[in-house]
Design a protein around this ligand. Structure first.
Ligand SMILES: Nc1ncnc2c1ncn2[C@@H]1O[C@H](COP(=O)(O)OP(=O)(O)O)[C@@H](O)[C@H]1O
Ligand SMILES: [Mg+2]
Length: 328
């Protein structure tokens, strides 16, 4: 599906609304108040769709000050983010280049979200590990301030080591799956010898104990997978530092397409793909390659300022005007 319209009419807005109603959060901002129309008291998004052949309805209401409320098929969810586990949606926006060119923290966050989708049984591991590190750091500061005895650290150290090992194992598995598809999709998009490199650093209890003096001094845990990074290569070239903007964009697209393919065949059906403003940045051949790489049976929504931006006829063309969307 292609949504077309001039700049500023609300194409990104439409895509953001679809993301919000399927994932429970905006791909653009964590500040929910920004999503509410200027001067309005609340925002509401209602979405009807079908996945794996079964119809569903999702609704998200944002009232600044009161947080978000979400419903799936009429039943209230505990948190809007619960939608994430139900309806996988993968999004490309120009901001996503930070996955390649941004900080290691941005990559960890990205790959941990992929991990949660690819290994749903272990979706909570990154969050649990982060919580354990947070608890250990708080305990380190209490011990350093002589508010608790050093023994108080032991249970947190054990948890950090155990959950850290589980996190490294899950990341290795998810990144191995993504890496295979990444190489194939990157090559098809004209980025040769694509490769993901992850070597997670588990910190054992022994290692954490051995560096205790340093950790006490800094008030934080200085070893473990919360400091990991994922290398994104084309041949020997590290695209994180040496990729052109165009290559970084192709790498992000290849990652997204690799994950989409890995998710096909899951309980929830192929993911919904959202591509904002990507077509104008690709040459004709790469546009064609991108369309050819879309997973079969799934749905894709792309935005563009030009109705002829695709190499093929879209199944549906949406004409976006200021505050309106019309199927043509
Ligand atoms: N909370 C808001 N309330 C009202 N208008 C907004 C809000 N946030 C952004 N806008 C405006 O919505 C318009 C449409 O933006 P956008 O969806 O990005 O357009 P497009 O992607 O078609 O170029 C922009 O002019 C933007 O300033
Ligand atoms: Mg836009």
């Amino acid at each position: 599906m292609l949504a077309v319209g001039p700049n500023g009419v609300g194409k990104t807005n439409l895509l953001e609304a679809v993301h919000l109603a399927t994932q429970g959060f905006s791909p653009r901002t964590r500040a929910d108040a920004q999503i509410v129309r200027f001067g309005a008291a609340a925002a509401r998004i209602a979405l009807r769709g079908s996945r794996a052949g079964v119809g569903f309805e999702a609704e998200v209401v944002i009232r600044p000050g009161e947080g978000k409320r979400a419903k799936l098929n009429g039943a209230a969810l505990r948190t809007a983010e619960q939608l994430r586990g139900e309806l996988p949606t993968l999004v490309f926006t120009p901001d996503r280049l930070v996955v390649v060119k941004g900080s290691p923290a941005a990559r960890r966050a990205y790959f941990d979200r992929s991990l949660a989708r690819l290994l749903p049984g272990r979706a909570a591991v990154p969050v649990e590990y982060a919580a354990a590190v947070g608890q250990r750091n708080a305990a380190l500061r209490r011990v350093a301030g002589r508010l608790s005895p050093a023994e108080a650290l032991a249970p947190w150290t054990a948890q950090v080591a155990e959950l850290g090992a589980a996190l490294v194992a899950a990341r290795s598995e998810a990144i191995a799956v993504l890496g295979e598809g990444f190489a194939v999709k990157a090559a098809a998009l004209g980025l040769p010898d694509g490769r993901l490199a992850y070597s997670g650093r588990v910190a054992t209890v022994g290692e954490l104990d051995a560096r205790l003096a340093r950790d006490l001094e800094r008030g934080s845990t200085g070893a473990g997978p919360h400091l990991d990074d994922v290398g994104i290569f084309s041949g020997e070239r590290d695209l994180r530092s040496f990729g052109s903007q165009g290559e970084q964009r192709l790498a992000v697209l290849a990652l997204l397409l690799a994950e989409a393919e890995a998710l096909v065949g899951r309980r929830c059906g192929p993911p919904l793909l959202l591509f904002d403003d990507v077509l104008s940045e690709l040459d004709g051949m790469r546009r064609e390659a991108l369309v050819a790489l879309l997973p079969a049976g799934g749905q894709t929504l792309m935005t563009s300022t030009a109705a002829d931006a695709l190499s093929v006829e879209p199944d549906q063309l949406l004409v976006v005007g200021p505050g309106t969307v019309r199927a043509s």
